[in-house]
Design a protein around this ligand. Structure first.
Ligand code: ZN
Length: 184
C-alpha cells in the first residue's frame, strides 16, 4: 500500500518518535508498505513519521541510485539508537520527500554507529560511513523530529521561508501523493 507523504508543517514531523514493542506491529507489512511508498516517490530513505506514524522505524534503499556505496544498501531499521557519531563534517546536497523541490547543502559527520532491529526482530550493532552514514543520519533525524533544513544558516532559512510556507499550504508539485497539513 502506498501512503501519502506527510508534508513539511505537519506536527508529526516534529515529534520525537517512540520505540515499538516486539509483536506490536506487522513489521513485514509495514516494511513492504514503506518500501513501496518510497520507491513510488523515488526516494532513497523514508521514515515512519513521513507516513504519519510517530514510531522509530525507517527504511533505506539505494538500489536505484548511481552511487557505488548506496547501490547495494537496502535495510529496515527498527528502534534504532545512535551509539556514536564521529569524523569530519562533510557537505552534500540533500533533499527530502516531505520538503519537495528544495535541495540544500548539509554538513554531516563521516560515520555513525547504531543499534537497531530488522523486520525479523534480529538485533544489530553496525557502523556505517560515507553516503550510507549520511542517509542514516537524515532518516534518524526524522524519528527525532529533526529536518535537514534545521542545519541551514538563519539567512538560508529566511530565504526558504516562502517556499516552505507554500509546501505547508499544498502548493508543491510532486509526482507522488502528499498529505498537506493546511489543506483539507
Ligand atoms: Zn527526509
Amino acid at each position: 500500500m502506498i501512503y501519502p507523504i506527510v508534508a513539511y508543517g505537519d506536527p508529526v514531523l516534529r515529534r520525537v518518535a517512540r520505540d515499538i514493542e516486539q509483536g506490536e506491529i506487522d513489521l513485514q507489512q509495514l516494511a513492504a508498505d514503506m518500501y513501496e511508498t518510497m520507491h513510488h516517490a523515488e526516494g532513497v530513505g523514508l521514515a515512519a513519521p513521513q507516513i504519519g506514524m510517530d514510531i522509530r522505524v525507517f527504511v533505506v534503499d539505494g538500489s536505484t541510485t548511481n552511487d557505488e556505496e548506496l547501490k547495494t544498501f537496502k535495510q529496515v531499521f527498527i528502534n534504532p539508537q545512535v551509539i556514536q557519531q564521529e569524523g569530519k563534517l562533510w557537505p552534500y546536497e540533500e533533499g527530502c520527500l516531505s520538503i519537495p523541490n528544495i535541495r540544500e547543502e548539509v554538513k554531516r559527520q563521516e560515520s555513525i554507529r547504531l543499534s537497531y532491529f530488522d523486520q525479523d526482530w534480529v538485533a544489530y550493532e553496525v557502523e556505517f560511513s560515507g553516503m550510507k552514514a549520511r542517509v542514516i543520519q537524515h532518516e534518524y533525524d526524522h524519528i527525532e523530529g529533526k529536518l535537514f533544513i534545521d542545519y541551514l544558516s538563519p539567512l538560508r532559512r529566511r530565504l526558504l521561508k516562502g517556499k516552505l510556507a507554500d509546501i505547508t499550504r499544498g502548493q508543491a508539485k510532486t509526482d507522488y501523493r502528499m498529505k498537506f497539513p493546511a489543506k483539507k
